[in-house]
Design a protein around this ligand. Structure first.
Ligand code: ZN
Length: 228
């Protein structure tokens, strides 16, 4: 259902290529960096973002915050037009919904460890894949862009250094590669409401529940109660 294409070159060039390929959605992966205690998840949209871009960005940012027990930044998870304009040019030339992901902080030692781990990358990839399935359920070509890397005008840029080692862009690329694998394995739209049991990045169980069911977790008894 989904075909993922990676775009290289300067950001405007990537967006023009995605436009001419009629991508249905466009994602640029980054990691944030500021202080060692920052831990929020945020998504940047272009200044001209559509409601779909904004809703998609908020959905992703909130899902990451729940997954890693952090919280969302920006305006309910998004920053329209970027930080003082930074990030806007990475997205606003697209003709399709587009988001720039800043899920975790490279400057926060705990989050840097997650970014470096295969499991952390897999969990981010799964959230991205699910967000695309939710917002673009009919499939299509998805454009991916690794932040910083492969720019013609600045070929050595790899973004920020993670506390404890490694560079932003290399891990961003790993996450997108994992997301590509997950997306291209999707063979049908999700047409029922799913409940899943996960252990880290591993899927243990999937079931479907009625769209109107109230689902509650009792942590004391360890019971997931699905009200019929
Ligand atoms: Zn970056």
């Amino acid at each position: 259902m989904y075909k993922v294409k990676f775009y290289r070159g300067d950001y405007i060039e990537r967006q023009r290529q995605a436009n001419s390929d009629n991508c249905v959605a466009y994602v640029e992966q980054h990691f944030n960096s500021y202080t060692s205690t920052d831990d929020y998840s945020v998504v940047i949209t272009g200044s001209n973002a559509s409601p779909t871009s904004k809703n998609w960005g908020r959905w992703y940012a909130a899902a990451v915050a729940r997954e890693f027990n952090s919280h969302v930044g920006g305006d309910n998870g998004i920053k329209v037009g970027g930080y003082d304009g930074r990030g806007d040019g990475n997205l606003r030339y697209t003709k399709m919904p587009a988001i720039l992901l800043e899920p975790l902080f490279a400057s926060n030692p705990h989050q840097a460890e997650l970014i470096r781990s295969e499991s952390g990358q897999a969990r981010l990839a799964r959230i991205l894949c699910e967000s695309i399935q939710r917002f673009f359920q009919d499939g299509g070509t998805i454009g991916f862009s690794v932040g910083h890397k492969y720019k013609t005008s600045n070929p050595n840029d790899r973004g920020v250094a993670l506390v404890g080692g490694g560079l932003e862009a290399d891990f961003a690329e790993k996450v997108l590669n994992k997301a590509k694998e997950l997306l291209e394995a999707v063979d049908a739209p999700v047409e029922e409401r799913q409940v899943r049991v996960m252990k880290g990045d591993e899927l243990l169980w999937t079931g479907t529940v009625d769209a109107d069911s109230d689902v509650r977790w009792d942590p004391v008894r360890g019971v997931l109660q699905i009200e019929a």
